[in-house]
Design a protein around this ligand. Sequence first.
Ligand SMILES: Nc1nc2c(ncn2[C@@H]2O[C@H](COP(=O)(O)OP(=O)(O)OP(=O)(O)O)[C@@H](O)[C@H]2O)c(=O)[nH]1
Ligand SMILES: [Mg+2]
Length: 365
Amino acid sequence: MDFGLIGLARSGKTTVFDALTGGHVPTGAYEKGGPHVGVVKLPDPRLDELVARFKPKKGTHADVRYLDFPGAAFARGFGREGTSPEVLTALGRAEALIHVVRAFQSERVPHPDETVDPDRDVATMDLELAFADLAFVQKRLERLDIAVRSAKAGERAAGEKEMALLERIKAGLEAETPLRAQTLSPDEWRLLHDCSFLTAKPVLLLLNIDEADASRADELEAEFRRRWAGPRRDVAALCAEIEMELGELSEEDAAEFRADIGVPEAARDLVIRRSFELLGLISFFTVNPEDGHAWVVPRGTTAVAAAGKVHSDMERGFIRAEVLGWRELLECGSLAEARKRGVLRLEGKQYEVQDGDVLHILFSV
Ligand SMILES: Nc1nc2c(ncn2[C@@H]2O[C@H](COP(=O)(O)OP(=O)(O)OP(=O)(O)O)[C@@H](O)[C@H]2O)c(=O)[nH]1
Ligand SMILES: [Mg+2]
């Protein structure tokens, strides 16, 4: 799962990246102009318990990748001037965007638009993302137009249908409605093939607040949420500078310091929690002698799709899934015992996987 960090120059993206990944990337430095990529294992005490009890050879947590791009990728007018294709491609593949919005004051760090104004910056970024999508729609319309006109009369329907959809999306974007807030049927989403549209991505607005405001994070967050939350968009507030410094301390020292300044939750936990809620993600587990593994999927995922997450053979040859809750498995001590007690359920392809399920997938290829 990829999360792309976006935000105007010097909003604190790299500082946030370091806080989220426990990394030590120097702010401002980018090798080869590409994004910094940080992989974070998703903490999950349920998997830890399963691994401690059943002692597979290894335990594998699901992971999240954070991508941090150079500020130049989001220079003034980037959506209009054309963002670099590499950045667009990487962002297009991300499951969600984390928009770092500057709310900290610092004379040492100039703002590209001179003053600190988070509302203005959110609007600026929204506009640029819409421009980037509009450019994409426009290019696709032009290509389709040529294809449709050169096609035989009877073979134009699909192209025309897509063009009509793109025109509608374009009108929506021009009226400042991001794609994530436009109403498209599942068929229409499919018609778009991929979803590399930037305004279609779920967004977490990460308000990077001032050190002096750290203890008021909840209040500032609520206020910002009232203005900016919407369909598939939520808000979280944190102070990246403090979070990065706390990352340097031992866990006990950090906890003590957190209690003192009234910031109980670490940035990395807060961001993961909010993103999970925003994306509607759940975790399921597979446990065998080799590997105890946590997997992350969107809520509503069917058993057969979940099987595909584990291995494409399992999806192809899916027969049934034996399912029970992670706690039930701990109580029973083994699948065999769970079967005996009638706790183990047999579920078919369309079973909707629940958060905390342990799946034993039966398949044949
Ligand atoms: N006072 C204060 N300074 C911060 C905070 N977050 C970041 N900074 C400082 O702001 C400067 C820019 O931070 P970066 O994390 O490099 O910002 P960025 O968005 O990655 O910048 P570019 O990659 O150049 O776009 C650094 O000097 C940080 O130390 C904060 O919460 N408070
Ligand atoms: Mg940076």
